[in-house]
Ligand binder design. Sequence first.
Ligand code: C5P
Length: 232
Amino acid sequence: MGKDVIIACDFNSAEQVFAFLDKFTDTKPFVKIGMELYYAEGPHIVKEIKARGHKIFLDLKLHDIPNTVKKSMAVLSNLDVDMCNLHASGTGKMMEAALEGLTRTDGTRPLLIAVTQLTSTDEETMRRDLLIEKPIDEVVMHYAKNAKNAGLDGVVCSPLEAGKVHDLCGKDFMTVTPGVRFADGDVGDQKRVMTPEQAKEIGSDYIVVGRPITAAEDPVAAYKRCVAEFVG
Ligand code: C5P
């Protein structure tokens, strides 16, 4: 499994994202495009970033009936993204349908990973709003197992959960982990963070890093530091 740093390009216009990517002259980082940028600019932003030579994680977190997800995933697959995602709570049938939709006629497909419980949902909220009585760790691991059983490639999770996910689902089941901060950097609004080095030690396969790179004085240097600490 190739370990890599994915930059969360949380910008809301093509202009901003291209101004950012233009700084990278001798390297083409793997980038994450989220809902904000995708909804603002549409599919052409994906094609343009791809045409510049970047790998793309399209973070749209699909969740709908299996048939709708299958057809939508086929559209995303045609955009030639490298990784996309959905909510594991959409059930095993929805995840299987997503994989079918993603698979191109030549048998290739983007990597597909699942969101378990969003990190913005805590146990109390889960119990009150969703009527899920089990401990949140158990729910996260159960959803990870469902994703694995449906044939997905991995999950998005906290670096603190990555080791446990690998124990349960195998080391080839990918963990993609946000919540990464440099040891000497600002934590911002993230609650449970790890340094790139700690994420590496615990076995994360990909780290998703936003502001420590995008808001750095020298984003290219921050990216390179991240890669050096995480990939080695
Ligand atoms: O700027 P920062 O490094 O906090 O960005 C982290 C990225 O990962 C953001 O795009 C955020 O939406 C995403 N993310 C997260 N926590 C999750 C899932 C996704 O921070 N549980």
